[in-house]
Design a protein around this ligand. Structure first.
Ligand code: URA
Length: 433
């Protein structure tokens, strides 16, 4: 079928056959489909949806669009973790080293920022010298030296997802359950882990705004995992406010290091412990409450931080960043957002906070945009906290005063101060396996 006929078939709401999907994915991978044709197909898929069979076919075609890791040479159960995307979601940089410190190998593929959400690969690239684009043969050699590797998709690993991900980011086609499920699960299948723990974000700063859609995304991904014989667990966690206090590439690396040093408590630590506990459980190493104690021990004795340090060094980065944050990119312009009135932090439009972050220069507006690794936002308050009129709510860091001002104007509207504190909310909302 011609490219245009395939697009029209989906636009008309018809189900694509396995052969149609294979044709689409190979056209994306070999460049024979133009960006505008791929974008049109993505929009048709976004609007018309994909049934479970189409989603599974898309996932497997994307997983097979490039090389796949064979981790069987690495002893032990290999586990992987992936988030559906959030704001100040630095869990990977905390949970993965903690699990690796328990002698469980973690070799994972991560993504770049998508829409208003951040990406682990962008965060890691803020570390001077850090290499994330490593081909499978070299990665397997490096894995022998470090039980932890966090890699980007190269042109040879899930190249179809790499292309689709970048186009979805700039064509308004991100928040679709089948497209997210296929994107995540194709990377997880290609990365070869035996167990996969998914962090499905739900709330104002997530692609899934309500619990019902988050459950549906979780069930779709767990179902795909079952089909390919991988153990998959999905945790649904709240994204009704940024998970950590730092939003930005270098800023989030710093916050992750601070958590691993034992200096930070709160939601980011909590979600990291839950995800890492699930990873240990998947590896057959510990049950829930035992796992938590083991992981807290890895923070207390510094072995979690040492695992991160080893990974940075093995991937060519400067491990001194762990002790000297001045080695990370810095910015020239600063701005502050203050409370207009006294009261409580009543709600946060977390997606808008993610968009304010993009205005700082830290995220991309088009797929070719360079990013400013030092730019970002430091929040001072969490939901429900009391504030005085004029008290600082957040600090903005950017290269120019104009960028800082643009971010400040969005941020000011994204944080609502009200007379009554909202009910304290749970950060972990559900679990599915
Ligand atoms: N993370 C991914 O890898 N893909 C998506 O589509 C969303 C989040």
């Amino acid at each position: 079928m011609s490219v245009v006929d395939l697009i029209i078939k989906k636009r008309q709401g018809l189900a694509l056959s396995q052969a149609d999907i294979a044709e689409f994915v190979s056209g994306v991978t070999d460049g024979s489909w133009k960006d505008y044709q791929i974008s049109a197909m993505l929009m048709a898929m976004f609007i018309r949806g994909l049934n479970n069979r189409e989603t599974a076919d898309l996932t497997l075609a994307m997983a097979g669009s490039g090389d796949q890791f064979d981790l069987s040479g690495i002893p032990g159960v290999k586990v992987d973790k992936h988030s559906t995307g959030g704001v100040a979601d630095t869990v990977t940089l905390i949970a993965a080293p903690l699990v690796a410190a328990c002698d469980v190998p973690v070799i994972k593929l991560s993504g770049r920022g998508l829409g208003f959400t951040g990406g682990t690969v962008d965060k890691l690239e803020s570390i001077p010298g850090m290499r994330v684009q490593i081909e499978p043969a070299e990665a397997l050699e490096l894995a022998a030296r470090s039980r932890l590797l966090i890699l980007a998709q190269s042109d040879r690993l899930t190249p179809a997802d790499k292309k689709l991900y970048a186009l979805r980011d700039v064509t308004g086609t991100v928040d679709s359950i089948p497209l997210i499920a296929a994107s995540i699960m194709s990377k997880k299948i290609a990365a070869g882990a035996d167990g996969i723990v998914l962090d499905v974000k739900c709330g104002s700063g997530a692609f899934m705004r309500d619990l019902e859609s988050a459950r549906s995304l979780a069930a779709t991904m767990v179902g795909i995992g079952k089909m390919v014989g991988r153990k998959v667990v999905a945790v649904i966690s709240s994204m009704d406010q940024p998970l950590g206090m730092n939003i930005g590439n270098a800023l989030e690396v710093i916050e992750a290091i601070e958590v691993l040093k034992g200096h930070v408590q709160g939601d980011l630590l909590e979600v990291s412990l839950v995800m890492a506990s699930e990873m240990l459980r998947c590896a057959g190493l510990a049950t829930g409450s035992e796992a938590r104690q083991i992981l807290l021990g890895k923070i207390a004795d510094g072995t979690g931080l040492a695992a991160l340090r080893r990974m940075i060094a093995v991937q060519g980065g400067d491990p001194q960043v762990i002790y000297d944050y001045g080695l990370l990119p810095q910015t020239a312009a600063h701005a502050e957002v203050t409370a207009d009135a006294a009261g409580f932090v009543a709600s946060m439009d977390t997606a808008a906070i993610g968009r304010a972050f993009i205005e700082t220069g830290g995220g991309r507006k088009t797929k070719e945009d360079p990013i400013d690794y030092g730019a970002g936002i430091i929040l001072y308050k969490r939901l429900g906290e009391a504030v005085e009129a004029g008290q600082p709510l957040a600090e903005i860091r950017a290269a120019t005063a104009d960028q800082a001002a643009a971010a400040a104007s969005i941020l000011r509207r994204a944080i609502r101060i009200g007379p009554i504190a909202p009910e304290p909310a749970q950060v972990i909302l559900d679990r599915m396996d």
